[in-house]
Ligand binder design. Sequence first.
Ligand code: VGL
Length: 181
Amino acid sequence: MEALIIVDVQNDFCPGGALPAPRANEIIPVINKLMDKFSLIVASRDVHPPDTKHFDKWPPHCIDGTRGALFHPDLNITRIQKGFHKGTGNKDDGYSAFEATNEDLTGYLLTKRVTEVYITGLTTEYCVKTTALDAVQQGFNTWLITDAIAAVEPGSENEAKAITEMEKAGIRLVKSESICC
Ligand code: VGL
């Protein structure tokens, strides 16, 4: 069984938000199209309290109850079967979707007999990377859909390093066109 994992496609990580990936808007239609190819789709969200140690490192973003924490309105949320909330504590970075506090993502995927996961979303250097690395660690065959992710700093050394680190961990890179249609 294959699952599509959509990481943090939230207003604050999109242009106009508090911590934007400049090209986030380009990946949303790609993710919407990919959803037609998957019967199991899950999505994570950063859901931070107003006061958290996480904001020592980052501008405040994705605060629970604010517009910034909501899914981007262009994302087709009707197909998402379950949402996973992370970074919910005040000492909790919660970069990876596997650190969700409302439900155990590994347990959920295993219950659905998932063996392969396809990672999409925001942002390449942080939450996408940590989610993909955790997926491999948890034993899933893990694919990164390279035109369905976006970086905080596109073209940066950090972005390139993140991709290399994922490949070294055994994550396979794929383009959406090899999955869609
Ligand atoms: C993220 C930086 C800080 C992300 C979250 O979703 O990639 N990046 N918090």
